[in-house]
Design a protein around this ligand. Structure first.
Ligand SMILES: Nc1nc2c(ncn2[C@@H]2O[C@H](COP(=O)(O)OP(=O)(O)OP(=O)(O)O)[C@@H](O)[C@H]2O)c(=O)[nH]1
Ligand SMILES: [Mg+2]
Length: 257
């Protein structure tokens, strides 16, 4: 199957009807050409229908409909499988609520020329988070430290969801074995790539929390992440380093990574 562009941006959506059209416009206007895949879990607000209308107008926009809300991790895995069945080389994760700035996409693609996975980091060289209450920021930075200590992964922002995978990095993972769904989904995907000795780069991003709607952060998401990192450490043979020599790289904050 052919595809027009080498880069696919996967945006999972659940009730994003107001955000999706402006997001699509921003992606269409990028100087690096990208395809967009919307993975919609039958949003009650009709986001899926809006996505279909956009796809009918623009050949670079695609939609994957899923029958019910099943979490971010499952939506992304479906999107990854869709991408791997086509020719995409750079496969990105991005939120659909403008927490992630689509204008950062070219920066990821550039860094991915020389890496297997690129992570957007809110915390390398300072803290760049807008509109988060202090307790949410503390939870996120403590989670990052916890992940670093237990797994040995040196990344400054392991729970972030703005990422770019190279095709072969995704192909190296059995997507059916990825179980986690909340923030630990991000940690699990990165760990599965890093522990093979693949090259992981970080690029700095500014994260802006949605100004409308309430946070989905819950005790369940935190608990899932708490045990997941121990499970990853066990999967890695109790190692805190990759099995193969690490090629970890932080483009902009080399000293910290
Ligand atoms: N397909 C699908 N998309 C989802 C699901 N849950 C969240 N999303 C989308 O995933 C992206 C990130 O989810 P958010 O709800 O913003 O999660 P968050 O940023 O951790 O939490 P907030 O503080 O609420 O913004 C958004 O584009 C959501 O619409 C889901 O179960 N299925
Ligand atoms: Mg959000």
């Amino acid at each position: 199957m052919g595809s027009a562009n080498k880069t696919l941006v996967i945006v999972p959506t659940y009730n994003e009807r107001d955000n999706l059209p402006p997001m699509a416009q921003r992606l269409l206007a990028l100087h690096v050409p990208v395809d967009l895949l919307v993975v919609d879990d039958n949003s009650p607000d009709g986001t899926g229908k809006i996505a279909d209308e956009l796809a009918a107008k623009h050949p670079t926009i695609h939609v994957l409909h899923r029958s019910e809300k099943n979490g971010l991790g499952r939506a992304y895995c479906a999107g990854f499988a869709w991408a791997l069945a086509r020719d995409y080389e750079f496969i990105m994760e991005m939120d659909g609520d403008f927490s992630h700035n689509p204008d950062d996409i070219p920066k990821f693609v550039e860094a991915a020329q020389n890496a297997d996975l690129v992570l957007g980091s809110r915390y390398c060289n300072g803290i760049r988070v807008i509109n988060w209450p202090l307790r949410r920021l503390l939870l996120s930075t403590s989670a990052a430290r916890y992940v670093q200590i237990i797994t040995g992964m040196p990344f400054t922002d392991p729970t972030g969801g703005f990422k770019c995978f190279r095709r072969h990095a995704l192909q190296s993972i059995d997507l059916d074995t990825v179980r986690s769904n909340g923030y630990s989904f991000q940690i699990e995907m990165t760990h599965k790539i890093w522990r093979q000795g693949m090259k992981v780069a970080e690029v700095p991003i500014i994260f802006t929390d949605r100004f409308q709607g309430s946070s989905k952060m819950s005790g369940k998401i935190v608990r899932e992440a708490l045990w997941m990192v121990w499970s990853l450490w066990i999967q890695n043979g109790l190692r805190r380093s990759p099995r193969a020599p690490s090629k970890t790289k932080c483009e902009h904050c080399e000293s910290k990574a």
